[in-house]
Design a protein around this ligand. Structure first.
Ligand code: ZN
Length: 472
């Protein structure tokens, strides 16, 4: 009798505590903002390790956990859950060099050398047509295209940088925005001195506001600024505690210009004036000598490879393997839509590797795992923000995307990384999150009035077209 009573008591206490436990687990789950699930989660901490049936937990803009989807859902109750069926989750793409507003010049002048394209077409068109409204609409158009394609961070260089910052602020992307410094009449300044002064007030206004908008200076190149102006720009950047982005060793013309004017090549000239003594993002870097590659590595200059633009203007083929071997952090960029002619980072990844393979006649050159890193983790290192984005890691800002694998071109999938580099295109991107905020869900852009942008962009383009026709 006593034993029976004991058994009943033990059973009762067991069921009570089991009830209490399940009761606790459902009520005590921490409420968080977002869980993003994926059949595959590619964190980019290590491309060989891909989490199956995984998820990323996000709260207050930060990644707070990464793990099996079921485990995370037991620990957290998310206000929004993005389901993971037929989805790959990965860090958002980083476009390391662009001129966003030039989307409005897309296709205005094709099939010219860089020198002719800039001097005969682009610089004059910019002086004539680029104003605050042009930059606003052109940047909105670019941000729409970038969000649609899964880009979450871009490094821009254009005019009216405060307008660019306002667009970035409102559409939710992350950007390093360079105020262009150039010694010729430009849309927003008379000369180098004027553009430097305006750049300073832009940086002072936007610096340290939030981690999404990082104002920097963008000295255009060695052939649009003299040495003193380049030194002044570096000095100001160091005073302000910011970095620089510049076009470097982009074309043979640039090296020839340096030889003609300074009896040396481009990178050597910059080194001789102390230009690299401070954070530098160098776009293109097609023509550095072996000795100059060592200089760039020593100075921790981040390089941005722009294969489409380099092919289109026939600027040349950047020595990417040599730069990587020397220890240079190399990211990827589209350049502006007038020399690309789009902002598609998937295409950029593909062309990045194909161009290196054919150039070296080596199919092993720049493998898929390296290219995807250049568009994410190493891209973030090249532009100096790897402490906040570039990988899916606890503590980093939540910049991530979901790629759909529903399209026929994903069937079958043997290797996720191979598919992300050699198959995926912009239309596969399903959702985009920056700083924990959803910018695109189910392929719908949530932060840009796309119809309004489409209408304004068409109006601006048709007025440019009218004015060009009148002159022919
Ligand atoms: Zn450029």
């Amino acid at each position: 009798m006593l034993r029976q009573l004991l058994v009943i008591l033990v059973f009762l206490s067991y069921t009570q505590s089991a009830f209490a436990l399940s009761h606790l687990s459902s009520e005590d789950r921490k409420i968080i903002d977002l869980i993003v699930e994926g059949e595959h989660v590619v964190s980019m901490e290590d491309t060989k390790e891909i989490l199956r049936e995984g998820a990323v937990a996000v709260d207050k803009g930060v990644i707070i956990a990464l793990g099996k989807a079921d485990d995370l859902k037991e620990r957290y109750r998310a206000k929004i859950v993005l389901g993971g069926k037929n989805r790959i989750v990965m860090p958002g793409l980083i476009n390391g060099h662009s001129h966003a507003a030039m989307t409005l010049f897309r296709g205005i002048a094709d099939d010219h050398s860089l020198f002719e394209w800039l001097n005969r077409y682009i610089f004059p068109a910019e002086v004539e047509y680029v104003n605050r409204e042009f930059v606003q609409v052109g940047t909105e158009l670019a941000c729409w295209e970038m969000i649609r394609g899964g880009t979450t961070t871009f490094v821009d260089m254009y005019y009216f940088p405060d307008v660019i910052a306002e667009v970035v602020e409102s559409c939710g992307l992350r950007a390093l925005i360079s105020a262009t410094v150039i010694d010729q009449p430009s849309p927003d300044a008379r000369n180098a001195k004027d553009s430097l002064k305006k750049g300073k007030s832009f940086v002072t206004k936007w610096k340290d506001r939030n981690s999404r908008i990082i104002p920097i200076l963008g000295p255009h190149s060695n052939y649009t600024l003299d040495l003193k102006q380049l030194i002044d720009t570096r000095r100001l950047a160091n005073q302000l505690g910011i970095g620089l982005s510049i076009h470097l060793a982009e074309s043979k013309y640039e090296n020839q210009y340096a030889r003609d004017n300074y009896k040396n090549t481009s990178v050597n000239i910059f080194e001789s004036i102390g230009f690299f003594e401070g954070r530098t993002i160098a776009a293109h870097v097609v023509w550095p000598s072996d000795e100059e590659i060592e200089i760039l590595a020593k100075r921790a200059v981040g390089a941005i490879y722009n294969p489409t633009s380099n092919m289109k203007t026939a600027a040349g083929i950047a020595p990417i393997s040599k730069m990587i071997e020397a220890g240079i952090k190399v990211g990827l960029g589209t350049d502006g839509a007038a020399s690309n002619n789009d902002l598609d980072m998937w295409e950029e990844m593909r062309l990045a590797t194909l161009l290196q393979k054919i150039n070296k006649m080596d199919p092993e050159a720049l493998p898929a795992s390296k290219v995807i890193s250049m568009a994410t983790r190493e891209g973030s290192e090249a532009i100096g923000i790897s402490s906040i984005v570039g990988t899916l890691e606890v503590g980093k800002r939540a910049d991530l995307i979901q790629v759909s694998t529903e399209d026929v071109h994903h069937i079958p999938t043997y290797d996720v990384i191979s598919h992300l580099v050699y198959v995926t295109d912009e239309q596969d991107v399903e959702s985009v999150i920056v700083d924990g905020k959803i910018l695109m869900k189910d392929k719908n852009i949530l932060t840009i009035n796309t119809e309004k942008v489409r209408k304004r962009a068409s109006e601006i383009a048709s007025s440019i077209n009218q004015s060009l026709k009148g002159r022919r």
